[in-house]
Design a protein around this ligand. Structure first.
Ligand code: 48H
Length: 259
């Protein structure tokens, strides 16, 4: 078979355009493909929902690749270990209820399962704004990350979604843009993002689950962004809370979509 460069180019353009066009209207749009976002997207896709993830970077996985301070192992507790086992990720018993896992195996497996379950990942895209109708978020405004990085004046495109998951980690970028521009109060004590506090692993792990909830009508928050939104602590390189939070947000949205 002879290879034609133009056919190669056309095949990519056609398929990508079809994919993006098919995913402009969604059940759930996930912003940020870190561990909590990936876990949420995976569980929602497994339930049959139409899910897309928008990730600013070239690679998915967020802060999980690097383990703790670039030592590429993560730590989980018993419940996190159960999730990893269920996903087919090998764990090592470190004693006293702590388990470790290779962060590369965790990230690649989670990403692969999400894609194979039907999640469409749009990497290299940054969510820069949201759609708001009658005080409810109804979608996202997206642009190429390269446009943002280059400081180029290029208008974005829009995606409509029944629900949005804010999974941007420490930055809580989606909620911050809503707070800045929409005039809608967040469902926090002050109506604003309360901000992340210093490291306290035990409390942070527990509050991650409590803080996984609707943060503004139409937007649920998960992972590190959940604690940052509701003013709780960071936890360092323990990832059970991220995985549990991703599962929890998927359950909460499933209840709403079903109801
Ligand atoms: C598109 C965006 C945008 C945007 C950001 O940081 P993450 O890994 O998030 P989590 O919450 O799933 O996991 C947190 C964990 O990695 C961590 O940092 C922990 C446990 N820290 C504890 C501690 O003490 O430090 O992933 C967020 C993703 C990243 O890939 C970003 O590139 C992406 O979101 N992102 N994507 N549009 N506006 N903002």
């Amino acid at each position: 078979m002879s290879l034609d460069e133009i056919k190669i180019s056309r095949a990519i353009l056609k398929q990508f355009t079809n994919k993006l066009s098919d995913y402009l209207e969604l059940d759930v749009a996930v912003v940020g493909a870190g561990p909590s976002g990936l876990m949420a997207a995976l569980r929602l896709a497994q339930k049959g929902y139409k899910v897309a993830m928008f990730e600013r970077k070239l690679s998915v996985g967020g802060g999980m690749w690097g383990g703790g301070m670039m030592f590429n192992e993560i730590v989980v507790q018993e419940e996190g270990a159960e999730i990893l086992k269920d996903l087919g990720i090998r764990i090592h018993d470190a004693g006293d209820g702590y388990y470790t896992a290779d962060s590369i195996e965790c990230t690649t497996t989670l990403a692969s399962l999400a894609c194979k379950s039907g999640v469409k990942v749009f990497n290299l895209m940054t969510v820069e704004d949201v759609l708001v109708r009658e005080n409810r978020v109804t979608g996202l405004v997206v642009n190429w990350t390269a446009v943002d990085m280059g400081g180029l004046h290029v208008d974005p495109l829009a995606v409509r979604s029944k629900f949005v998951i804010e999974a941007t980690g420490h930055a809580t970028e989606v909620l911050k843009v809503i707070q800045r521009k929409s005039g809608v109060d967040l469902l926090t004590e002050t109506g604003k993002v309360l901000g992340e506090r210093s490291m306290w692993a035990e409390t942070a792990e527990n509050t991650t689950l409590e803080n996984t909830r609707e943060a503004v009508p139409g937007v649920f928050v998960t992972g590190m962004a959940a604690n940052a939104t509701f003013g709780s602590f960071r936890m360092g390189p323990i990832f059970g809370g991220m995985l549990l939070s991703g599962q929890r947000v998927a359950e909460l949205i499933h209840e709403r979509l079903e109801g």
